[in-house]
Design a protein around this ligand. Structure first.
Ligand SMILES: NC(=O)c1ccc[n+]([C@@H]2O[C@H](COP(=O)([O-])OP(=O)(O)OC[C@H]3O[C@@H](n4cnc5c(N)ncnc54)[C@H](OP(=O)(O)O)[C@@H]3O)[C@@H](O)[C@H]2O)c1
Length: 205
């Protein structure tokens, strides 16, 4: 906590990137997503530790900004997962011609370039506290996968399947959609629709 306090003392702003997984995702999709004021209910160690990080940042980082994102993909991929979801699934579809993808988990796939621009903008406006910054619109992992395979002209079948919880796998929220009443009230511009961002990502690789 001392390191967090030192940041503020040196005039630096702490930005903690958090996740939509802090919610349990049990809200029906038709009822919309979770806003900044909704109570988190993490269902995995990952989500629990991210939520603890949020509390630490807000408690000890003077003027800290906590930003919850969702379904990130970008040019540099995720180090821990070995590349981003779009590239991993595209390669698998090219190889096997068939994929199974969960159709009951909804999210807002977000291009990291858009999130980065949103973060820089929020900091430039000296935003503090908790905000949700995700792509506009929402889709299931199945819809997302069909979209990026189609946009690349990859001919593969994508079988929609229901979520099953394998032993040792984190419990992911079914409704992972975030609303952003606080971000809107603060005047932060919305991120563009996930399909438009996906098209630009694929064209800019
Ligand atoms: N991926 C998603 O869909 C998603 C969704 C919502 C929120 N988020 C949040 O976004 C952030 C990035 O996610 P990611 O999926 O890109 O994770 P990631 O692939 O695991 O990347 C984490 C990055 O943080 C660096 N890092 C980890 N521990 C560090 C430490 N102690 N000191 C300095 N650097 C450290 C890693 O550096 P090295 O490569 O050198 O190890 C790596 O570059 C995370 O905070 C995650 O919770 C991700």
């Amino acid at each position: 906590m001392r390191a967090v306090r030192d940041l503020a003392r040196r005039g630096a702003k702490l930005v903690h990137l958090s996740t939509n997984y802090v919610f349990d995702g049990t809200r029906p999709r038709a009822d919309g997503g979770y806003g900044e004021d909704d109570a988190p209910a993490p269902r995995s160690i990952y989500a629990l530790t991210k939520l603890a990080g949020e509390h630490a940042a807000l408690a000890y980082g003077d003027g800290a900004l906590v930003v919850r994102g969702s379904g990130l993909y970008g040019h540099f991929g995720s180090a821990s997962k070995g590349g981003n979801f779009v590239e991993r699934m595209s390669a698998r579809a090219r190889e096997s011609g068939a994929l199974k993808m969960v159709a009951d988990q909804v999210l807002q796939p977000t291009f990291t370039r858009d999130l980065a621009a949103g973060l820089v903008d929020a900091v430039a406006r000296d935003t503090s506290g908790l905000v949700h910054l995700t792509a506009s619109g929402s889709c299931s992992w199945h819809e997302f996968t069909v979209a990026f395979l189609e946009l690349q002209g990859i001919d593969a079948t994508v079988e929609p399947v229901a979520t099953t919880l394998a032993h040792g796998q984190p419990d992911r929220p079914l409704n992972g959609v975030l609303q952003r009443p606080r971000a809107d009230a603060l005047g932060l511009p919305p991120l563009r629709d996930w399909r438009a961002a996906l098209g630009e990502y694929l064209n800019s690789r």
